[in-house]
Design a protein around this ligand. Sequence first.
Ligand code: NAD
Ligand code: MG
Length: 392
Amino acid sequence: MQAITLLGSTGSIGTQTLDLVAQYPERFRVVGLTSYSNVTLLAEQVRRFRPQIVAIGREELLPELRSLLTGMRPLPELVAGTEGLCQVAAHPAAQRVVTGIVGCAGLLPTLAAIRAGKDIALANKETLVAGGPVVLPLVREYGVKLIPVDSEHSAIFQCLQGVPPGSLRRIWLTASGGAFRDWPVEKLNQATLADALKHPNWVMGRKITIDSATLMNKGLEVIEAHWLFGLDYDRIEVLIHPQSIVHSLIELADTSVLAQLGWPDMHLPILYGLSWPERLATPWDPLDLVKLGSLTFKAPDHRKYPCLQLAYAAGQAGGTLPAVLNAANEAAVALFLQERIRFLDIPRLLEQVCERHQVIPAPSLEDILEVDAWARQQVELLAQQAPAQVLA
Ligand code: NAD
Ligand code: MG
């Protein structure tokens, strides 16, 4: 029986993780749950999965959570705010922590979990993108495992099982191409929020769906892969694969290429993140290559997806630049989700904020949190003060 804590239990990753806990009650037990603001769903999850500790991100919602749980016996410990999230992440009863929070808001709870010696099943890519320079040394210091849940990184991690050290040459991250994969680049200035939210293959949270449309999701995944697998950026490639069946590939020293295939369904990488190094039997439909007929691949169009190159450049520059790019992207995507900027403003804003930043080469946690806040302010300022320039 594995005791797990789930950060961001009310989101897309969170609810799918709980599907698996329900499906394998003899394997997994929930110790802690957290949500930012969805008290109603969180309370339902608490009644069903009976964790020992629960956190709500927005402190002012704690009384509502408490009243929704009236009569529950035993009542779990209820905590709130960033401190509460960190308390849940570090709870002594859990062995593995699934990080399903979206954005850099996951950084402090993830660090708390690592310091408490938990293995991390990592979905929250923004935490590694922004916090890589502080997360990785801590992972080594506390001897914990980082198990990727993001489907591409899970694929690479799966392919790497049994590969002797020193024989990995390159990795290939596949990308569906997002909502605009079949749009000509000239038409992107007409892209609306509704268009961008229509992902062709995956059902996910709103932020990552927009990131898939800009391909920033793949850019963030390139940086995530750099930290997870310790590879230089010239050994991380991106390949457009519209069917999302090949989840990623690795190339070995002898030119052999290994890939992991599966339906576009996050349950599988989440399950492997929970069960690794074991493989659990599932009742799911097996992959049917005959039914699929053909799988296709092409190089990404950098004119159409400027965010991908911004991410490579930020990753190569290193230090605080990935944290700045990530925070600016979170802020720009939030503005786009509120329909306050247009689709093509996203890469423009990111470029402007990155240009204004003076990179700190070996940042501390404080540096990362500071530049994160600075980059968000810059996006807000640029969007407010120079709309004509920004939104031209
Ligand atoms: P989501 O928006 O559906 O859920 C996010 C969760 O985080 C919710 O439970 C929410 O309450 C919580 N949260 C949001 N803001 C918070 C804050 N400021 N503080 C604390 N908690 C907060 O997002 P998602 O699609 O599940 O994505 C979660 C993470 O997993 C992201 O980093 C994403 O890139 C990654 N990921 C998601 C998928 C997917 O299929 N959804 C696939 C691969 C990777
Ligand atoms: Mg992914």
